[in-house]
Write a protein that binds this ligand. Structure first.
Ligand code: MF3
Ligand code: CO
Ligand code: CO
Length: 255
């Protein structure tokens, strides 16, 4: 479909969608506690997006997805469907939020620890966040998508973990998933050259064990084949003349 470069007005719309997305994640954090169900997290986010933000939760009915957010617990890699499972002490959970405001999408996810995490859970969450920021750190005009993928892959593999290859980041704007595909592995100097006005996500999925994944019979839930823990963080970014702007920073990081 081709890459859309956003005009200054469109960039402002992306900033607003990105900020609202981050606001949802800031809001839901305190609710991620032992005993809560992922359905309850979904309902709280849905009501906040619709009633407070007067925005649209993009996942709901997207290609048949039944809920307003994705919740991916422990060995679930991504696209977990909220349900009646209660979170337990020691779980790690990814909450992935995509908001549409004035026709533009913001997309971000974070890991949350339920109570006190185990050592492996804490480590895989930390390494995936660091990997995301390694990728963001090399995203600027003149660099290439392969530079982003390489920065992420190198960091993850040096930690002894693996990068999921079946799912990737994506261009984003009026369309939820648009070109280009942003792979989380790759070789420096390869792939599309970045230019100002591009908006895309970076969202590395990092497995504590092997990189292979399996799709469950519900058609959405992706799990690690070896049942190892998996973690993911996601930001939406804009390429600017001088580097990049992260559109989905939380309030604490925006300062
Ligand atoms: N938010 C996910 C992403 O980062 C996509 C979720 S699609 C859904 O691209 F249908 F599962 F919601
Ligand atoms: Co995304
Ligand atoms: Co997302």
């Amino acid at each position: 479909m081709g890459i859309t470069l956003k005009t200054p007005a469109e960039q402002d719309a992306m900033r607003l969608a990105g900020r609202l997305t981050a606001d949802v994640l800031d809001m839901i954090g305190p609710y991620v506690q032992p005993g809560v169900t992922t359905d309850e997290l979904d309902r709280i986010c849905h009501d906040y997006i619709v009633n407070v933000q007067q925005a649209i939760p993009a996942p709901l009915n997207y290609r048949g997805f039944p809920k307003s957010i994705c919740t991916s617990v422990n060995h679930v890699v991504c696209h977990g469907i909220p349900g009646d499972r209660r979170l337990r002490q020691g779980d790690i959970v990814n909450v992935d939020v995509t908001v549409i405001k004035d026709g533009f999408h913001g997309d971000s996810s974070r890991m949350f620890h339920v109570g006190k995490p185990g050592i492996q859970g804490e480590r895989v969450c930390k390494v995936s966040l660091e990997a995301l920021w390694r990728g963001i750190g090399v995203a600027r005009p003149g660099s290439r998508l392969g530079d982003i993928g390489h920065a992420i892959q190198t960091h993850v593999e040096a930690a002894g973990f693996s990068v999921v290859r079946e799912y990737c980041g994506h261009g984003i704007g009026r369309v939820f998933h648009e070109d280009p595909q942003v792979l989380h592995y790759g070789r420096p100097g390869e792939g599309l050259e970045l230019v100002p006005g591009m908006t895309f996500t970076i969202e590395p999925m990092v497995n504590a064990g092997k990189r292979q994944v399996r799709l469950l019979a519900d058609g959405w839930t992706v799990v690690t084949s070896d049942h190892s823990l998996s973690a993911q963080w996601e930001h939406t970014i804009l390429i600017t003349p001088s580097g990049n702007e992260v559109l989905t920073l939380g309030a604490a990081e925006r300062a």
